[in-house]
Design a protein around this ligand. Sequence first.
Ligand code: ZN
Length: 207
Amino acid sequence: MLIWGLCVIYRTLGRGVFFCRRCGGDREYRHRAGRRFVTVFFVPLIPLMKTGEHVQCLSCKIRYVTEVLKLPTTVEMQLAHIAGMRALAAVILRAGDPANPVARRRALDAVTGAGDKGYDEDALRQDLAAPADAARRKVGALGAQLQTEAREWCLAEAIRIAMADGPLTGPERAAAEHLAGCLGMTQAQAVGVITLTEQNTVLTPGE
Ligand SMILES: [Zn+2]
């Protein structure tokens, strides 16, 4: 008597790290494809159709469609956040007096506060020399992953850098509005944040 059955055999196509929604963090995954087989005496003999690919979290074992790999990991988001804040600080500094030590200090604080603990004068100098296009892209990527309030907070940070050495100048105001656009904010939101931040920022006499 023959014993027939069915089974699925998986082949691993790749491994890596992704953001698992169920675990709520970055986890290792394996990307797998399966194929059904007819088994005879529990031995897979006759291949049938493929079962499709999936991504499985190695921690919680849940399976996702492969599109999940397109989502950024927490680490990638953190890197984009830092790159965006660096670009934003450089853009606003350039619009004012990039040599002013108080403004530079405020820019360094904004970036280290965003998580780049090693950010220093050398790195700032490099960012100030970076092309405007690259900066716009980085600020755009930052805005794309933030909710409205977080965007407003980032813009307020830029304005506080601009105001570290005195009231907002025309070019600084224009740069702030430009940054707001890159972050994905409307003109009205930009004006609102600029006005509010100007009112709430205590100007320190120039050093
Ligand atoms: Zn998981």
